[in-house]
Design a binder for this molecule. Sequence first.
Ligand code: MD3
Ligand code: FE
Length: 215
Amino acid sequence: MPDRPVQIALFETTPRIEALDAGVARLAAFADTAALRAFIADVAAVAPFRHMAVKGGRRMAVAMTNAGRFGWLSDRDGYRYSDADPETGRPWPALPEALLAVADAASRAAGFAPFAPDACLIGRYEAGAGLGLHQDRDEGDLAHPIVSVSVGAAASFILGGLRRDAPTRRIRVEDGDVIVWGGESRLRFHGVAPLRPRPDGATVRYNLSFRRVAV
Ligand code: MD3
Ligand code: FE
């Protein structure tokens, strides 16, 4: 990865915090998305975005890559975290201190414990791409929240309950929004509605989700 240390804080120090649900907080316009875009480009130069396969053999609509010690993978065998990119055999690009600080500051601002993520899954959503309802439960210690950062086009996040058939609500997420998901919402089903094409054609959204995988 290019050596481009970022010294400035990448987050708002006096965030607007909104409680959206039990254990779910939104920090509106919390993250500096220009710096995040540079980070995403650096990661993708080493670990390119790819449409991973799922169990039935179909490919996901969202293109993904990872940074940090562990990266999330899906293939015909299922989901798992791995310390190497199967496309290259190389470790995933490192998570810079400035980004670790964003995730930690968001966790604390939302009322959770200090947070030291060791994985960052980056998703790229183009027009029409969405993410079906699922749970994130492969991380070692589910007491840690997940911190997600939205970059680019707005999207509707779908938040369900602890059972797949529970009612869902939609949460609009915009460029720079950080959402912290933890506590009793950590295992809720969730997804992303297919991105509506924007009239200017510039329909792309990135999502970075910071996770703690190792216990
Ligand atoms: C909500 N990504 O990659 S952020 C994912 O916007 C994923 O790209 C979404 O769901 C996106 O797995 C959402 C992350 C997230 C993670 C765990 C959650 C949201 C969550 C657990 C409970 C509720
Ligand atoms: Fe998820």
